[in-house]
Design a protein around this ligand. Sequence first.
Ligand SMILES: *Cc1c(COP(=O)(O)O)cnc(C)c1O
Length: 486
Amino acid sequence: MKNETDQSLDPQDWESMRQLGHQMIDDLIDYWKGIRDEKIWKPIPQEVKKALETSIPENGEDPKKVYEDFKQNVFPYNKGNVHPRFFAWIQGTGTPLGTFADLLASGMNPNTTIGEHSAMYVDRQVVNWCKELMGFPSDASGILVSGGSMANITALAVARNSHGKGNIREKGLVGNGENLLLYCSTETHSCIQKAAEILGLGTDSVRMIPVNANFEMKVDLLEEQIQADLAAGLSPFAIVGTAGTVNTGAIDPLDELLEIAKKYKLWFHVDGAYGALARLDPIYASRLVALEEADSVAFDLHKWLYVPYEVGCTLIRDAKKHRDAFAFTPNYLLQEKRGLSGGPDPISHYGFELSRGFKALKIWMSLKEHGWKKYAQMIAQNNRQAEYLGRLVDSHAQLQLMAPVSMSITCFRMVQEGMSEEEIRDLNREILVRIQEEGIASPSSTILNGKYTLRVANVNQRTRFEDMDILVDEVLRIGNEILSKK
Ligand SMILES: *Cc1c(COP(=O)(O)O)cnc(C)c1O
């Protein structure tokens, strides 16, 4: 019997909450359906920012009112990566079913770390599917994490902890007494350096090897550096190869890195946060085969599987080493053979996090909805669109390609005879900001060999080839407007 003083956060009126839920779904469907005709980005008005700075509500209000607030102050000023012409950084689009899966996951709300319940098995099945996607053996292990950064540090923690006598968990790096070194290229994502700092290796222990004209690691310099470090009594322990660099989509020569790793008995990790899934595109598959033999790989599903934020995956070839790096059983997490306290090996034995959401469900439902072959087609489509953009750039005298098109990243800029490097930079900076402010498209920028460039990274399942024509036309229109007013 319900007591007068019993309190709960559930709605007073379930029917009105049902209606509100339906309304939210309707609004989302309308949003996605019409997104192509919307501006990709809008500036946030001052009064909206003010509304987002008020202090904590003391008393509650009707959920409908809360939702109205959301529709007024939050929904209209979205980042834009749901839009077909979003090409900034490397950010996936999400999908409707993926979104609803997140809603269901949140509604079930299982803490997916330990116990005998369905989410544990869905999570395990999805990790097994990830192994299949990467060509990893079925007895490898893996864990879903929040994204590529977490996936990389998880893998590097295993690499570090299984180095040498394998006693770093007990003794720490000081007790271990070796000066561990990690090798990657100058184009490696910043999260590798951050990981090295957090893992206690320090920035000085990250050897950044120069790249060639295609932004790929120079293998001969890598081997020279390893030899010099060994001669100096230091302890190389891991090579990080990148499958799809964040700047230009370059792929390090993974097969050669694998050979060197074997020769010097180093851990071979692949940061495939962006590009590992390009192995589903036949054009890139042959350059990514060495991935299958890596000791570990990190990749994102919120980039090239277009799953809503956030989810990445770490795979480790040697499941024992993976478990040995993290397994820990405090008294309050004892397992039983039966009941809720039974179930598969706790997921917390494979990573740092204890509480975990049910992020596996959106991958599970998405892969069931489309099958991996459809994703292979979508990834190939993004790559062909980037190549198409590269050809458009080549066909315009005012545009210049700044790096070979690799995977789905195209770097280019507008140039004009007689302009200095600073003037070219300022022109393209202004083009970048205006094309975003006018709500047309969202590329981003980077600096390559000291030169400012526009950067178009396409992991967008809504992009059409015609969007590349629009992008180029608008860059030229805006650029020529800026030049004519000089
Ligand atoms: C995106 C990316 C990362 C970081 O992944 P997050 O999901 O943003 O944490 C790491 N490495 C590469 C190559 C990336 O493209």
